[in-house]
Design a protein around this ligand. Structure first.
Ligand code: SF4
Length: 208
């Protein structure tokens, strides 16, 4: 189940939402039907799948950058540096203890957030979504625009424009107050994409 959640469309957003739900569900009433070992087991699986997914996200960023895509955002340079040395877990059995330590490396783990159309280089004291001292993962489903942990690629900029176009097209068939709200959101998405275009760094520029 954890593998499925981590890899379905929506990726880690779904995982984050589901993860919170799972923890809540497993730690409270419904858990009364489960043993402690069962609860630990599902938490272990989710930690392992989260660690593998974040490593895949970093590897994907590294590949995109080396293929010539640009990256922007306050955390872009750090994320690119970290992604260039990321360890891949292909053909490696990842243990739960290792996964938890891997995910606890504050400021170095890169989460995909397709809901917000960005990557999150999670550094706890910079996070606008979650400031709890005990939190070791971002609240991806409560992402806040302008967070210093944000990274965007050219692919995200294109997705922002696609989403803006979709909203604008839906607005054509809706009553004015609702249409206006959608058009405002579409404009905000296009602004984010334009900001990416103006501030993106590329591998070619970094080498010159
Ligand atoms: S608000 Fe910041 S830390 Fe939280 S998910 Fe968004 S980018 Fe990550």
């Amino acid at each position: 189940m954890a593998w499925h959640i981590a890899r379905q469309p929506g990726g880690l957003v779904a995982l984050a939402i589901q993860y919170g739900h799972l923890r809540t569900v497993l730690d409270t009433d419904v858990a009364s039907g489960y043993g402690t070992r069962s609860r630990r087991g599902i938490h272990d699986l989710i930690d392992i799948e989260t660690a593998i997914s974040t490593a895949e996200t970093a590897a994907d960023l590294h590949e995109r950058y080396n293929r010539g895509e640009g990256a922007s955002g306050p955390a872009a340079r750090q994320a690119l540096n970290q992604a260039s040395t990321i360890r891949r877990f292909e053909d490696t059995a990842v243990k739960a203890d290792f996964a938890r330590k891997y995910l606890a490396r504050d400021g170095t783990v890169l989460y995909d957030n397709p809901h917000a159309l960005l990557l999150c280089r999670y550094k706890r004291d910079l996070a606008l979504c979650e400031r709890s001292a005990s939190s070791t993962t971002p609240a991806l489903d409560r992402c806040v625009t302008g967070c210093a942990n944000t990274v965007r690629t050219d692919h995200h900029a294109q997705q922002l424009r696609d989403r803006a176009d979709s909203l604008a097209s839906r607005a054509l068939n809706l009553p004015q107050p609702i249409a206006d709200r959608l058009l405002v959101t579409a404009g905000q998405l296009r602004n984010l994409a334009d900001t990416h275009d103006r501030t993106r760094i590329t591998c070619q520029e970094a080498r010159t």
